[in-house]
Design a protein around this ligand. Structure first.
Ligand code: GCO
Ligand code: MG
Length: 423
């Protein structure tokens, strides 16, 4: 660990009188990479001049991790060394504006790592969990949804029943389209690396899945589905109309961010609840959808929009328009990032649902304090800050794999004629 304190003040607070030094300063910023479950995670650790006072923040952009690490170490770190970690908003704005060209998943994730780590530090300084700093608890825990999939409708049903038996009340269901690589289902090992996809077959099979689930399981279970922006906009509208009768809790990502102009047509065609936004990176993408009440759930990936500071502003903005939150919570959000989601869930009046990723023992050992999941809910542990730690020695035992093989995680998906489509 390099102690950076001799370089102080690299970036003094503009309001400190000349020669003045804040009581506490940022003395080191590090990007830590680990993949305890085989999914690349990045966590920023900010160390301060107070012995043992540090913060952790999620900066995970699993598809481009090296770019995020570089952004943190080469650009954000020199800007914030020597500053008072208390000044979250000013540090956020300073970093955000400093590149002139703003936003994007690389810079936003880097910024999020810093921002969340500063919230963690502030919580520790105040001796309070972060949800207290965000306004205090308005619910006991965050209701979760988790994922069931299968090679056919009866396998999905079995998996749904198993999750219900564990206490889940909200379940996202995805079924494989035979012969094609289908988002949200186990990859078929028989399929080639150039994954084939057929959107007509997909829109035929999905209504059959929900018909089966409603007939076999009944009305009480809340069901969700993720289109993952994989089909033509007009097919998504038709699919939404077909699914209307099955009363979904929400239908996710019917369109790509490039196609937000289609949301008005969707609203006019069907009252199905819509969740959108895991690929959003800036306010121009979500503003119109919220103010025109074209979506029901905002589903951004908090680190991809820049962290907790902006996510809290977004949650408040949504509250005024009756839009609920459903922060993105897959395996490529670190346990620190899941804790950030959870603290905001607990403090938001307009919380809707939280996507769960159930971390296994290895990840829980690397990240002591990972939020507990039981009774279909996620529970905060009430420690000061975000409540999640990082065992660096253990984290180092799970280094990133070979970067050249990265395309194997996200291989090209192609139509049957060979043309590429969105993932
Ligand atoms: C979800 C998402 C994820 C993404 C993943 C990409 O709804 O949870 O669609 O599964 O595909 O985060 O890295
Ligand atoms: Mg999704």
């Amino acid at each position: 660990m390099t102690d950076q304190s001799p370089t102080w003040p690299l970036a003094p607070n503009p309001w400190e009188p000349t020669g003045g030094r804040p009581a506490i300063t940022i003395r080191n910023v590090r990007a830590i990479c680990t993949q305890p479950e085989g999914i690349r995670l990045i966590v920023v650790k900010i160390e301060t001049s107070e012995p043992d006072l540090y913060g952790l923040g999620c900066a995970t952009f699993t598809q481009r991790p090296r770019a995020v690490v570089e952004a943190i170490e080469s650009y954000l770190k020199p800007m914030i060394l020597g500053r008072d970690p208390n000044d979250i908003e000013d540090i956020y704005q300073t970093c955000y504006l400093s590149s002139y060209w703003r936003t994007g998943p690389i810079m936003n994730n880097a910024l999020s790592g810093v921002d969340q780590a500063l919230w963690d530090i502030k919580g520790k300084l105040a001796n309070m969990p972060v949800y207290q700093l965000l306004g205090g608890k308005t619910r006991r825990a965050a209701t979760l949804y988790t994922h069931a999939s299968g090679k056919d409708v009866s396998e999905v049903e079995d998996n749904v029943r198993a999750l219900m038996a564990r206490g889940f009340t909200h379940i996202r269901a995805q079924v494989a389209v035979p012969g094609y690589h289908t988002y949200g289902t186990k990859a078929d090992p028989g399929l080639p690396i150039q994954q084939p996809w057929n959107e007509s077959a997909y829109v035929r099979i999905v209504p059959r899945l929900f018909d089966h689930l409603r007939t076999q399981i009944g009305d009480e279970l809340e069901l969700l589905h993720d289109i993952h922006e994989r089909i033509q906009p007009i097919l998504a509208i038709n699919l939404a109309k077909d699914l209307e009768q099955f009363r979904l809790f929400f239908l996710e990502d019917p369109f790509a961010p490039e196609d937000i102009g289609w949301f008005k047509c969707m609203r006019e065609a069907t009252p199905i609840p819509i969740a959108m936004g895991e690929l959003f990176v800036n306010q121009t993408e979500w503003e119109v959808l919220i103010k025109d009440r074209l979506i029901d759930f905002i589903r951004v990936h908090i680190s991809a929009i820049g962290g907790l500071s902006i996510a809290q502003k977004l949650a408040h903005f949504c509250e005024f328009f009756g839009v609920r939150t459903a922060w993105h919570g897959p395996g490529d959000v670190s346990p620190v990032g899941h804790a950030a989601n959870l603290h905001l869930d607990l403090a938001s009046t307009n919380f809707g649902i939280q996507e769960a990723h159930i971390f296994g023992d290895q990840a829980r050992e690397v990240f002591p304090g990972t939020p507990e999941v039981h009774d279909g809910m996620m529970w905060a542990n009430d420690k000061p800050g975000l409540g999640v730690d990082l065992d660096e020695e253990l984290a180092a035992k799970y280094p990133f794999g070979d970067y050249e093989l990265m395309h194997q995680d996200f291989p090209p998906v192609r139509r049957i004629d060979g043309s590429p489509i969105r993932w």
